[in-house]
Design a protein around this ligand. Structure first.
Ligand SMILES: Nc1ncnc2c1ncn2[C@@H]1O[C@H](COP(=O)(O)OP(=O)(O)OP(=O)(O)O)[C@@H](O)[C@H]1O
Ligand SMILES: [Mg+2]
Length: 255
């Protein structure tokens, strides 16, 4: 196989990434290098403040890194601006701990907003204006997360678990190739957290998406990821296949 073919299989590559805050006084990421294959599911672990969220944000340049490069789907994100940057970001779905739905709008409209990242215009802002094909797609995405029956409900009336499912449907609506999820179930009760994580990872697997998720739940990390990447003080401390890892060994990351 040629080097190019191998490279084409890499969904996300980060090289020499550095980031400090407050004029360099708070170094957060210190020379982070990793590469994630297409379809791989990676759990990003590490203690509070070790730089996980900063790393995810730097990957999409929602925070501007100080040095290093990021490639997504073979496109170098560092250096891109305007439309080029938007196009790359459109391929990456984001799911956060806080779902950020618009409470006064319907569930379906919130899902339709995922299409905005693909460059669809204001017509998707309101479900009654949306093109029929996009409405169909939004309903399909809602169905995937088991909530098609709540399409007309106002998002503000949903439970935390339902809201996070809608946020996942919105990310799928974007038709991403990669999903970055920052503690996607951290604010849910333990049963809802297990259910939502199970469903989320099943959908990601079915659609062959690449997933990087941050979690403090080591059971989730071992169960749902193929690979564990652990940061400590802004550096990669461990990068191992998830298979066979004992949860007890991982506790050392938090000492
Ligand atoms: N905008 C900012 N200005 C200054 N310092 C920041 C900023 N954002 C993050 N930091 C600092 O960078 C460090 C890493 O933060 P980050 O949010 O990436 O950690 P994390 O690994 O996601 O932690 P947690 O598990 O608590 O979510 C922390 O010390 C944090 O205080
Ligand atoms: Mg964080």
């Amino acid at each position: 196989m040629t080097a190019i073919a191998v490279g084409a299989d890499i969904a996300l590559a980060v090289r020499g990434l550095r980031k400090s805050f407050q004029g360099g006084r708070v170094p957060v990421l210190q020379d982070v290098t990793l590469s994630i294959r297409s379809g791989e599911r990676v759990a990003l672990l590490g203690a509070n403040g070790c730089g996980k969220s900063t790393l995810l944000r730097c990957m999409l340049r929602l925070i501007e890194p100080d040095a290093g490069t990021v490639d997504i789907g073979g496109v170098q994100v560092t250096g891109l601006r305007g439309r080029g940057l938007r196009r790359v970001r459109a391929r990456v779905g984001l799911v956060f701990q806080k779902h950020n739905l618009v409470p006064r709008l319907s569930v379906l409209t919130n899902v339709l907003h995922g299409a905005l990242a693909r460059g669809l215009s204001f017509r998707v802002w309101r479900q009654s204006w949306a093109p029929a094909a996009e409405r169909e797609r939004a309903l399909t995405c809602l169905d995937m997360v088991g909530l098609a029956h709540l399409a007309d409900r106002r998002a503000g009336q949903l439970s935390g678990g339902q809201s996070q499912r809608v946020a996942i449907a919105r990310a799928l609506m974007q038709q991403p190739t990669t999903i970055l999820a920052d503690e996607p179930v951290a604010s849910l009760d333990p049963v809802a957290a297990d259910e939502v994580m199970e469903m989320f990872c099943r959908l990601v697997g079915q659609q062959g998406l690449t997933l990087v998720f941050v979690s403090h739940n080591l059971e989730h990390a071992v169960r749902y990821a193929d690979r564990l990447i652990a940061l400590r003080a802004g550096r990669i401390e461990r990068d191992v296949p998830a298979t066979g890892v004992q949860i007890e060994e991982l506790r050392g990351l938090y000492e």
